[in-house]
Design a protein around this ligand. Sequence first.
Ligand code: ASP
Length: 303
Amino acid sequence: MNKIAIAVHGGASENYSFLREHQQEFALGLAKATEMGYEVLDKGGSALDAVEEAVGILEDNPLFNAGRGSALNSRGEVEMDASLMDGKDLQAGAVSMVRTVKNPIRLARLVMEKTRHVFLSGYGALELAKKYGMEIEAESYFITPYQYEVYQKLNKIETMEEIQKKKMKGTVGAVALDLQGNLAAGTSTGGISNCLPGRIGDSCVIGAGCYANNATCAVSGTGEGEYLIRGVVGHTISMMMEFDMPLQEACDYVIHERNKKLNGEMGIIALNQMGDFGISFNTEIMKRAWKSSSREIQIKLFD
Ligand code: ASP
């Protein structure tokens, strides 16, 4: 039997008190997304379906910074980014500046499958969501007490430089391998707390926070989006594999060696067609879980 496998992440970050207080709930959230995604694969569903399912579950979970529970920008608004990619044919879909759409990852898939574009933003993405009857929620649905508290605290800090030093972030993502041997990746985020309105991170940038190619690997990233974009992290890991570097080595090289100069805080989960996982991060925390047909579920928040 061919191998099936899935890994999910709930963001790379510093160790923060909200996480310490809710470790159990975070672990349960990761477990649920992994198991539900795995179930899709187990029933013969595609890697793309599994990724959409797992990321959608994390978007609905208010603990994670994506969908409900998204970080607020400096105007106290939620603007979300998401993308997914199919390693079979290199098809991809991405959305940014999305407001009120319950599941941006599902909208990214609509962009991929129902339009001739890869990337839609703002009002155009919202129009597409409405055209296809996607679930829309009031702005208040997305704002959790925790994220509002973070917003208010950061709002008291005067300069944008100081706010950026706080690095309040988070993201969710998944990579999967299906029975047909296809890989897929998906990533979704509310971005960075108190960022400028209109700021776009790596999670919706194909090649940065999301990349999949059956010939190499599927990658979902998290961390300081500006660095993941400049380092073209997802695609670079894939390229290193094209040049025959093993998966885990390629992940470590990109996160620890190649990133040394810029020193952005980041983490990635990756998967190849053999069902091998690659996980690498240079932060204190990387919320993650993974499971395959030859391995029971593993869940980790810290090292
Ligand atoms: N990469 C995300 C962004 O920059 C945030 C994160 O993953 O923590 O929008």
